[in-house]
Ligand binder design. Structure first.
Ligand SMILES: Nc1ncnc2c1ncn2[C@@H]1O[C@H](COP(=O)(O)OP(=O)(O)OP(=O)(O)O)[C@@H](O)[C@H]1O
Length: 207
């Protein structure tokens, strides 16, 4: 589903990612692992168009991954810690808007299901800026539950989750992959990686 060839990225002349090849198949969870600063987030950001690589090609299916293409935006879901928020909308209203924007049917049920599964139904009427850090991360994950996607790209999705939340996350990632979706994460949590059934890709470097 996702194919990366020769990805290279430098900042200020310092090469952070060099000639990386990576494939993520439908039905698979892949986890990038490696020490702080080795370039995991940079890889993810280059893949989804938040950074411009210096070299390399990224394909989603047969086509070059281009987030200007509406079908690509629909197929690609990101949880990268930069959730765009509308200041006047509650948690539930954000999820509702997201589901509607993606043409989801049965929006009310879908949103209620996501609030329940992410265990944030009790804060559904709060503004996202008032959430605790763990609740905010659950909200970010709930955002991925209310919309269609074929590929999820998530940077340390376990961040700020409690033990139960990390266990749920690992199972949730595995369950989605089992439906034929593809998941690419960067993670520092061996339990989440193991529980999700991820194939581990070690990112090497001189971080
Ligand atoms: N915009 C930038 N300008 C300059 N250097 C950057 C920039 N973004 C990242 N870097 C550097 O690139 C390197 C890789 O950073 P990156 O965030 O990809 O690492 P990481 O493997 O995700 O780390 P962590 O495990 O700590 O999240 C680091 O040395 C970082 O300081």
């Amino acid at each position: 589903m996702l194919s990366v060839r020769g990805l290279t990225k430098a900042y200020g002349g310092r090469v952070v990612v060099e000639d990386l090849d990576l494939d993520v198949a439908a039905g698979e969870v892949v986890s990038l692992v490696g020490p702080n600063g080795v370039g995991k987030s940079t890889v993810l950001r280059c893949l989804v168009g938040l950074e411009t690589p210096d070299a390399g090609e990224v394909h989603l299916g047969e086509a070059r991954l281009d987030t200007r293409v509406p079908q690509t935006r629909r197929a690609l879901c990101t949880v990268l810690g930069d959730l765009g928020l509308l200041p006047d909308l509650t948690v539930a209203e954000h999820l509702d808007l997201l589901a509607r924007a993606h043409g989801v049917e049965g929006v009310a049920e879908v949103v209620a299901g996501a609030l329940d599964e992410a265990r944030i139904e009790h804060v559904a009427d709060q503004l996202p800026t008032t959430l605790s850090s763990g609740q905010a991360q659950r909200f970010a994950l709930a955002s991925a539950m209310v919309r269609p996607w074929a590929l999820l790209v998530a940077d340390e999705p376990e961040q700020r989750l409690d033990d139960a939340g990390r266990a749920w996350l690992g199972d949730w990632l595995a369950a989605h992959a089992a439906t034929g979706r593809a998941v690419l994460v960067a993670s520092h949590d061996p339990d989440v990686v193991a529980r999700s059934g991820a194939r581990v890709v070690q990112i090497e470097g001189d971080a």
